[in-house]
Write a protein that binds this ligand. Structure first.
Ligand SMILES: Nc1nc2c(c(=O)[nH]1)N[C@H]1C(S)=C(S)[C@@H](COP(=O)(O)O)O[C@H]1N2
Ligand SMILES: [Mo]
Length: 529
């Protein structure tokens, strides 16, 4: 019992130290090959769609943290078992750790963003864990290592070296126990410190962040139109008209944010084209850039959810680049690929018609934040992110829907993803307690590409009422709306629905996000006292 506990602790501590060493080596030599990120990335790519949907439903944008914690707990469990195994069958735990390190190292080399040293962090992690497992077990107090359980001594015959009388340990056994605990605890603490330090070093001080900070964006040749008077309503708790970058939702499959040096960045346009086009960062910056406010939404956004945001993007129309490339008449899709291997399939038409489909470098007046696609991403008004908004984009292949499949299409989501007309109540928040009297119901509504012409609100079973609609920044952005409400005591159910600029009403039929976007009316309950 006690022997197994000590061995399990030795296994866990050795694994923590190994993991810490792996994260440190990753931070120094191969940032995308952090062993945790490699395992997590592979799990994300292999996970069935229902698992991902559940993860997003449970943890929202904290789904990555939840995954990393899950991996940590699973690895600790495996390590504890390896420790116990090593204490019984010498070599088994050591081999398990080494094999795990080599396995994850090989896995790292298969990742889309692998570099020549990607195997190194995991292999070092496995080696450190293996060596320390032996070291810690050799320090385990005598009664903690021999003999094996199951070899039951004959009744009454208790090997004297095995058990010191309870409460009266001999000096040497107390000393060896203390030494074992110190080494085990020390290895665990050092491991956690290295892992945290390595992760922070990777996230905080990468060279690319320094490069990003030094960038001065060019002035747009065509600036965003000034916001019409009254576009931003003054209602506490209402989503701001423009979402600050720090509050903008983030959804992607990258556990470690790809770091792409603009000086190395190149876009290649190829496939069914007359002329292959290549574009460098300096060439892109020298082009006449335009600024456009566009609302971006994730297909996974549930009705009333917050995986939607509005930003002013600075970029170059993709239409112009495609005009240089001259797509063939039979092409109908552009498969965009990111530096980390994500792909999206966008209808060619959405990139060649007159909408502001951008190869974007700026977001709300700043270079793209690293997690939003630095240095270059796509933004296409009217399409969900998964079919259009490729971050860290490096490649556009002009192709056909019947020939190419994109990342999420392979995982059960619809090949085409036009954003569905939606509206959301921000005020009052669901479950809010408000005081009776003059109150306000307010929110946002969006149908990027088309625009919104009206929002209606229903309180309980009363007739639907028109809300006041603020003027839009453009037909590609969400609009704010509000409605005065005389709140009477009791519980109230509030609903909203939008009408788009073509006169279509938002459907009340509920549909889940998969496979092509949620529908239904956002409904909140408020208690008035
Ligand atoms: N490289 C890359 N680009 C990506 C994704 C991704 O996983 N990898 N996710 C897409 C999805 S599903 C969405 S909704 C948007 C989200 O963009 P944001 O994180 O800037 O809000 O990015 C898109 N671009
Ligand atoms: Mo998304």
């Amino acid at each position: 019992m006690r022997r197994s506990g000590a061995a399990a602790a030795a296994g866990g501590a050795a694994a923590l130290l190994g993991a810490g060493a792996g994260e440190l080596v990753a931070a120094l030599a191969a940032p995308t090959a952090s062993p945790f990120a490699v395992i997590g990335g592979a799990l994300i790519d292999a996970a069935p769609t229902w698992a991902k949907d559940t993860a997003i439903a449970w943890f929202g944008t904290a789904d990555k943290l939840a995954l990393l914690i899950g991996i940590g707990v699973a690895l600790l469990a495996v390590a504890a078992i390896a420790g116990v195994a090593e204490s019984r069958w010498r070599g088994v735990g050591v081999i398990a750790f080494a094999a795990l390190g080599v396995g994850v190292g090989v896995l790292a080399l298969t990742r889309a963003d692998a570099g020549p040293l990607s195997w190194l962090p995991a292999v070092i992690a496995g080696a450190v864990a293996a060596v320390f497992l032996r070291t810690l077990l050799s320090l385990a107090p005598a009664e903690g290592v021999v003999p094996a359980e199951g070899v039951v001594p004959a009744e009454g015959v208790v090997p004297s070296e095995r058990v010191a009388p309870e409460g009266a340990p001999s000096d040497t056994s107390a000393h060896s126990r203390r030494r074992f605990l110190a080494w085990t605890g020390g290895a665990a603490i050092v491991g956690v410190a290295l892992a945290v330090g390595g992760t922070l070093a990777r996230a905080g001080s990468t060279a690319v962040m320094v490069v990003r900070d030094a960038i001065r964006l060019p002035r747009p040749a065509l600036p965003a139109p000034a916001a019409p008077a009254g576009a931003a309503l003054d209602v506490a708790g209402l989503s701001p008209l423009i979402t600050p970058n720090s509050d903008f939702y983030r959804i992607d499959t990258a556990l470690v944010v790809p770091t792409v040096d603009p000086a190395q960045w190149q876009l290649r346009i190829h496939g069914l084209v007359d002329h292959e086009v290549r574009l460098t960062w300096d060439e892109l910056l020298a082009l006449p850039l335009i600024e456009a406010p566009v609302t971006l939404s994730c297909v996974s956004n549930p009705v009333g959810g917050d995986l939607v945001g509005n930003a002013v993007w600075l970029g170059y129309p993709i239409r112009e680049l495609l005009a240089r490339a001259q797509p063939h008449a039979d092409a109908d899709m552009v498969l965009s690929t990111s530096a980390d291997g994500f792909t999206a399939g966008t209808p060619l038409e959405a990139l060649t018609d007159d909408r502001d489909a951008l190869l974007a470098i700026g977001m709300n007046g700043e270079p793209l934040p690293l997690e939003h696609g630095f240095p270059v991403r796509m933004v296409v008004p009217g399409l969900y992110g998964y079919v259009s908004a490729t971050k860290w984009v490096t490649d556009l292949e002009v192709t056909r829907f019947d020939r190419s499949r994109a990342y999420w299409t392979d995982r059960g989501w619809s090949a085409r993803g036009p954003i569905k007309l939606q509206s959301r109540i921000d005020v009052p928040r669901s479950g809010a307690q408000i005081t009776a009297g003059d109150a306000v119901i307010a929110g946002v509504a969006w149908q990027p590409g088309t625009g919104v012409s009206g929002v209606e609100v229903q309180v309980d079973d009363e007739p639907w009422q028109r809300a006041e609609l603020a003027p839009a920044l453009s037909s590609d952005t969400w609009v704010q709306w509000r409605m005065p409400w005389r709140a009477t005591p009791g519980a109230h159910v509030l609903r909203c629905r939008a009408i788009d600029a073509d006169g279509n009403a938002q459907t009340g039929a509920s549909a889940p996000p998969a496979p092509d976007g949620a529908t239904g009316w956002h409904t909140v309950t408020a208690t008035v006292a």
